[in-house]
Write a protein that binds this ligand. Structure first.
Ligand code: AMP
Ligand code: MG
Length: 323
């Protein structure tokens, strides 16, 4: 069995093909480089213009045609409505045209499952940090429960918005990480509320600090404060759930300083520490295809008329049939 997965929740369009033996046959991503924040309509237009060729390219790369595909899956949510609709329309059309089963999957759960597939982590607490999401989850009582999350903007969005203000380009993550190596600590607001995080005040303060401190100092302190907040919540979630593994997922997870901080916390607790392989950390089609296979082989079925997009679909609303 082979599943073709379509990812389109934000600015990236991804196509992946995965087989039932969990081998990733192909995984390609395309996006228009950004100079500003994501413009939802323009992102959707980019995806609509490129999706046909990207699917063709994915199939050609591994010398497959639709005759060899058994299942279509797509990112049904959460995400930006216009992007999600491109994935949904394409998936529905292909399913109807080639008489293939269709499953819409949850993007956040896909990040967790590709991490579990490609690392030794079996039952981790997952720290999922990306451009649009910041969530600490663990599998408890049949679902991925959320043990902490951002109350406003995502960690990646904090870094990207700051970087645009400081004229560091887009995406901001890699540049901020590099500049942070040369910086010293300045005080910035640290906001953890119960088990949740708030990054918007930190963003305002970091932008303001650019008037009085070097960009290196602000980058360093922005990372130290925002990552420490995440480590604090993750540590309490580990203690509460009793999980013995910590997994990083999402594009911000490539950050070495973040990895180091989470790793040292996990180490001190005697927990295992795992990072999703770098090529699968960011949004991609393979994770959507893999979750499609997991769901379909465990009984999930979806009629095309039920394949509407779910912009605010929460991780803990997904019934996990495969665990
Ligand atoms: P995703 O939404 O999962 O595709 O991830 C994209 C996000 O990862 C963007 O917000 C990037 O700024 C962020 N990112 C990429 N590289 C790094 C890095 N080295 N450090 C921190 N964030 C990063
Ligand atoms: Mg993502």
């Amino acid at each position: 069995m082979k599943c073709l997965g379509i990812e389109a929740t934000a600015e990236k369009l991804g196509i992946g093909i995965v087989n039932i033996k969990s081998e990733i046959l192909t995984n390609i991503t395309k996006y228009k480089p950004l100079t500003t924040g994501i413009h939802p309509r323009e992102a959707a237009q980019h995806h609509a213009e490129n999706i046909k060729d990207l699917i063709k390219e994915a199939l050609q790369k591994v010398e497959l045609s639709f005759k060899d595909i058994d299942l279509i899956s797509f990112s049904q949510g959460p995400g930006l409505g216009p992007s999600l609709r491109v994935a949904a329309v394409a998936a529905r059309t292909l399913a109807l045209k080639y008489s293939l089963p269709l499953v819409g999957v949850n993007h956040c759960v896909a990040h967790i499952e590709i991490g579990r597939l490609k690392t030794e982590a079996r039952d981790p607490l997952t720290v999922y940090v990306s451009g649009g999401n910041t969530q600490i989850t663990a599998f408890v009582s049949g679902r991925y429960r959320v043990f902490g999350e951002t109350l406003d903007i995502a960690l990646g969005n904090l870094i990207d918005q700051f970087a645009r203000t400081a004229n560091l380009g887009n995406p901001g993550g890699p540049v901020v990480e590099k500049l942070a190596k040369e910086g010293n600590y300045i005080e910035l607001p640290y906001t953890v509320k119960g088990m949740d995080l708030s990054y918007s005040g930190l963003l305002t303060a970091a932008k303001r600090a650019l008037n009085n401190y070097s960009v290196e100092d602000v980058c360093y302190s922005l990372q130290e404060v925002s990552f420490s907040m995440l480590v604090e919540v993750a540590e309490r979630a580990l203690a509460h759930t009793g999980k013995e593994e910590l997994l990083i997922a999402g594009g911000v997870g490539v950050n070495r300083r973040l990895q180091e901080m989470l790793n040292s916390m996990a180490d001190e607790r005697g927990s295992g520490f795992f990072t999703t392989p770098e090529n699968l950390l960011g949004d991609n089609g393979a994770m959507i295809a893999w979750l499609g296979i997991l769901e379909y082989t465990h009984g999930k079925r979806m009629k095309p008329e039920d394949s509407f997009v779910r912009q605010r679909w929460r991780t803990d609303e997904v019934e996990v049939l495969w665990r």
